[in-house]
Ligand binder design. Structure first.
Ligand SMILES: [Zn+2]
Length: 130
């Protein structure tokens, strides 16, 4: 898997986890009719990469979560492939966080950098003047 593919995979997982979306659809569609369930199914993003890429990205997210929780993973415990994947994940996260800043009041990620009001708490954002 190239670094570019790793970044793309990490980005897609970060942006919208199919497993999370699937769980939401299962919950929302439990009492829905067939047409509604089919419509919800169509909202799932197409998986553009082979299943193994997503499994590897999930492994990287697990390693990253352990590191964020304070569990030390030494460089000698990671393969070069995992280390490169963690770097790609870090870059994808930075890009995501740059494009979706957190509300300073409630912490909710915004849809983009240009919103005037937080959809979570209603806090108004100051606009930078040119
Ligand atoms: Zn907010």
């Amino acid at each position: 898997m190239s670094g570019k593919t790793q970044r793309a995979c990490a980005w897609r997982l970060k942006k919208s986890s199919s497993a999370t979306l699937r769980a939401n659809i299962d919950r929302a569609g439990a009492q829905a009719n067939e047409a509604t369930r089919a419509r919800l199914e169509r909202t799932l993003p197409a998986e553009l990469l082979a299943y193994g890429y997503y499994r590897f990205a999930e492994h990287l997210l697990h390693l990253d979560a352990m590191q964020r929780a304070g569990i030390r993973i030494g460089a000698n415990q990671l393969t070069a492939f995992e280390a490169a994947g963690l770097v790609a994940l870090h870059r994808a996260r930075k890009t995501f966080e740059g494009n979706h800043p957190a509300c300073s009041a409630c912490g909710q990620r915004q849809h983009n950098r240009f919103g005037r009001e937080c959809p979570g708490c209603g806090a108004k954002f100051r606009q930078k003047r040119a």
